[in-house]
Design a protein around this ligand. Sequence first.
Ligand code: NAP
Length: 287
Amino acid sequence: MITGKTKLLGVIGHPVEHSLSPLMHNAAIANLGLDYIYLPFPIKPQDLRAAMDGFAAIGVVGFSVTIPHKQAIIPFLGTVQPIAEAVGAVNTVVRKDGQWLGTNTDVPGFVSPLQNLQIDWQQKQVVILGNGGAARAVVAGCTELGCQKIHVVGRNLQRLKEFHQSWENSPLAVNLQVHKWEALRELIPYADLLVNSTPIGMYPKVNESPLSQEEMAELPSGAIAYDLIYTPNPTQFLQQAQTVGAVAIDGLEMLVQQGAVALKMWLDRADVPVDVMRQSLLQYLGR
Ligand code: NAP
């Protein structure tokens, strides 16, 4: 029920219609019985400043940030937490002491399903496919886990070099190496954790995978294949991984957990109903 006291949360993006965040957050808010609502706000890039001013004027408590605003929003924030600065992207904003504070909850979101696995990450090597925005959160997450080596594989040498340089002197990317795609075959036998951070295999191109079944077969035993994509489930990448006996993790839990961390910040509480958030998405996605 919307009342005269209802507080506002939301997500900004362009487009934003595809976002599953309203579903997930409103399910949690309803479960908690709080007088909040989480809305989608389609904001064009040129309207970002006006939107931020408007949000401040009407007392928006906080909001999620998606494409194309994740970097563009940084100059409009009073404080940017070090994790978001290192990743170079903000996905969560909260109003604090009359200022906007930005952070990045994709990092704890990515790490969450891996933390429960009781693995000595200091002995483990990671191979990350792709060097875009999500790969940055993955690098920071793998550093946080303490991985022995982090290999990032990309198709464009210049962008790979820039990616590597952008982490120079950052404590959030330790033992990082970048490689052209051709090196993948040599790296796979050492990939205790193989992460797909490319959009290859995402709906509607569901029959595509970033690597061949033969390449996947070279994974060491006990390896984990982690696809950041959550539609379809499983992706072709995860099907290949399951065929060779690897542990498969899809991107849904990352989506849920990044949302849970954000909701805790907005509501200023230590726990939120993560199960309800997960269940709302599973139901919507027909799983
Ligand atoms: P992005 O910034 O556009 O980066 C995509 C990366 O994939 C780039 O490095 C790009 O290479 C590479 N790539 C694209 N097509 C390729 C191809 N055919 N062959 C080789 N490399 C290719 O996108 P993003 O924001 O990082 O997102 C990546 C994926 O993660 C998306 O599927 C997104 O839905 C997913 N994601 C999931 C979550 C979650 O919560 N589960 C969160 C964030 C992202 P170039 O640099 O050479 O173009």
